[in-house]
Design a protein around this ligand. Structure first.
Ligand SMILES: [Zn+2]
Length: 123
């Protein structure tokens, strides 16, 4: 089965690439975007997604190990989160004020994009 998604939704900026989508969302802990990668047909590695853009669940957790600003300076070390039914639960090991808390997704605002240039995310 091929997964088809729109370009935008309330909570995500959805960017298509060769074998899947990147679903960008706002992280209020880091004050920037993170994304989950999902595959069109399930044949490549990506997060498991429940297909619900309003109450999304992704599995497994997202682990951001480094965040850089536009000048390439390391500005944050870790952001570990689970997104279940549209709620983000941050691990207590996240290096920001929302560590250990659960918050609702906030609507995607294109103007807030690209505060930081790079990140590396892992399962
Ligand atoms: Zn974050």
């Amino acid at each position: 089965m091929i997964l088809e998604l729109p370009r935008t939704s309330t909570y995500f900026d959805i960017r298509r690439f060769v074998w899947g989508y990147e679903l960008y969302f706002e992280c209020q802990g880091c004050m920037c975007e993170h994304f989950f990668t999902i595959c069109y047909d399930g044949r490549r590695q990506g997060w498991e997604f429940n297909g619900d853009l309003d109450k999304p669940t992704f599995d497994p957790a997202l682990r951001i190990n480094r965040l850089y600003n536009k000048r390439g300076k390391l500005i944050r070390k870790r952001c570990f989160l689970k997104l279940i039914d549209g709620l983000i639960t941050y691990s207590v090991h996240s290096d920001h004020i929302l560590a250990g808390r659960t918050v609702a997704l906030v609507p995607w605002q294109p103007d807030n994009r690209r505060v930081y240039a790079n990140m590396d995310g892992h399962k």
